[in-house]
Design a protein around this ligand. Sequence first.
Ligand code: AHM
Ligand code: MG
Length: 350
Amino acid sequence: MYSTTQTFTTMKKNNITLGEFIIDKQTEFQYSSGELSKLINSIRLAAKVVNYEVNKAGLVDILGASDNINIQGEQQQKLDVYANEVFMQALINREIVCGIASEEDDHYITIKGKNNDHNNKYVVLMDPLDGSSNIDVNVSVGTIFSIYRRISPEGTPVQEIDFLQKGSQQVAAGYVVYGTSTMLVYTTGHGVNGFTLNPAIGTFYLSHPNMEYPKDGTIYSINEGNYIHFPQGVKDYLKYCQKEEGDRPYTSRYIGSLVSDFHRNMIKGGIYIYPTSTKAPKGKLRLLYEANPMAFLAEQAKGAATDGYQRILDIQPTALHQRVPFFCGSKNMVAKAGEFMKLYPQDSSY
Ligand code: AHM
Ligand code: MG
């Protein structure tokens, strides 16, 4: 039983809100004009709005597919469309970015600044609601975001090259997981911090400071239903995971929501793999909206992310909706999977 004083001390210690944290950390940014802080604040706001909607998804007529088909030919769920609009609006209204690219939209959009100019410095890339197959069935989904400084001259409209930067150029990235509790986890290149939403008052609190992957893990996350379509290196690695030796066999855990699988593996230690396959020769995940932000977070959390051969963050993007195979997780596990991959030539179709 805590005494009144103890309870008070404990609450005080844990009481840092995301808003306070953002202000505290503002000086860590290379160019500390406050714009990046405002940007993360607007993502915080949008996350709360989407969280509210996700949580009552079963109560209103919002479930089910909408009529739109996105650029990858996939049917968008209503909630995907809604989340896309909320994040877009939150960023557009604050007039702090010069452009946004979304997994749900075919093209990037150009945004003017406060004085109807093109002076804003940042671009945002996002997957507003990832894990769409889980929306209708009350399983965790997530939002993923990625932020870069533009490379085209300020004062001119944003260009495609601003979005096609290597992942290593990201200035911030993060995700929101709408799970048993809702968390916002992000990095600005100084480690990874996680904030849990108190839904009663709509405030995110710092609950997971300095998140780090265990160096090793015992969880592997992959859609094994695709096994026969996987490259031989992946098949061999899976057999290695299942072999009885040392701390193996590993446990298989696969939610089918990247954000949730990543989040669990970062906390417990594990590897997430979405490889190429004969069904999806380039993999399924998008380099810009999914792999790059998660890879930045993984490295900041002392984990690793590769395409099976090379570091994700070193890949030069060539198209907005480019796909990439993705191996992400505890450092030693990603390295081990890479050893198996390297025994076979890299698939030339990728
Ligand atoms: P989405 O952007 O259409 O939701 O697809 C990405 C999702 C990831 O969150 C998840 O890990 C993966 O697709 C699951 O794919 P699959 O159902 O093929 O295993
Ligand atoms: Mg997605």
